[in-house]
Design a protein around this ligand. Structure first.
Ligand SMILES: Nc1ncnc2c1ncn2[C@@H]1O[C@H](COP(=O)(O)OP(=O)(O)OP(=O)(O)O)[C@@H](O)[C@H]1O
Ligand SMILES: O=P(O)(O)OC[C@H]1O[C@H](OP(=O)(O)OP(=O)(O)O)[C@H](O)[C@@H]1O
Length: 212
């Protein structure tokens, strides 16, 4: 069987992704070793996982360096990648929100400034409402921006709401639900269909069982 390469998001989604494959009997024992290796072979040698940053998963899949990928819907929306989105995996649940200081009135700002790790998502959201904004691209600690006068509001991921709460911010508008998605390279989907189809079907079955 031709080897199937799977790009996984390092960090929050990696272990849950590995566990999904384990449920299907595909083990990646090397994943649990204390190592800096970025390519992890499966124990059966038919699969290979590559570990990449969240916003890079779709780049590897789109360009065929990986056949499959597991990425958050947030990154799919931001990168707008040309990949097949196959199934909602039901983990990594969180949401996009506009957040800011308590009672901040978005409509009062002449030109709203928005700090975010997701400038395309933010611009699209406000342009759909006919609002022009200034985006300020940050790479983390986004909640800090309105507290120190860098921006009026933020567009960011909210999971438990704890980070907003502990920094005196609140959700002003809920935008989009997020969860992890299985994606596929469009060419691999055809050329490796014999190997990919049963795998994808099994993922769908596992997810259906999990969701009861
Ligand atoms: N509380 C959360 N914060 C951020 N992402 C979350 C959260 N809960 C689930 N996710 C999902 O996990 C994915 C990976 O998040 P992770 O925090 O590991 O990476 P990242 O914050 O984008 O990268 P990094 O912190 O390494 O720059 C996100 O793209 C999102 O889909
Ligand atoms: O609602 P909560 O449960 O508090 O989770 C949301 C927080 O988690 C993420 O940050 P992350 O931990 O990835 O840190 P960084 O983006 O600041 O590096 C996200 O950007 C929020 O700041």
């Amino acid at each position: 069987m031709e080897k199937i390469k799977i790009a996984l998001t390092k960090g929050r989604l990696a272990e849950k992704s590995i566990q999904l494959f384990e449920t299907m009997g595909i083990r990646f024992s090397a994943f649990y070793e204390d190592s800096r290796k970025l390519i992890i072979p499966s124990d059966c040698e038919n699969f290979e996982v590559i570990l990449v940053k969240a916003l890079d998963v779709t780049t590897y899949v789109e360009n065929g360096a990986a056949d499959l990928g597991i990425a958050g819907k947030d990154t799919l929306l931001e990168t707008n990648a040309d990949v097949f989105e196959i199934v909602d995996l039901g983990f990594g649940k969180c949401r996009f929100a506009v957040a800011g200081p308590t009672h901040f009135d978005i409509n009062q700002a002449v030109k709203l400034s928005v700090a975010t790790k997701y400038p395309k998502v933010a611009s699209q959201y406000f342009s759909d409402q006919g609002k022009q904004i200034e985006t300020i691209k940050l790479n983390g600690s986004v909640e800090l921006a309105p507290l120190v006068g860098l921006s009026d509001v933020i567009v960011d991921i909210v999971e438990t709401g704890r980070t907003l709460d502990e920094n005196g911010l609140e959700i002003l508008e809920n935008m989009h639900d997020i969860s992890a998605r299985l994606v596929a390279n469009k060419a691999s989907f055809k050329t490796k269909n014999q190997a990919l189809k049963p795998l994808i079907e099994e993922v769908k079955e596992v997810i259906a069982v999990r969701q009861g």
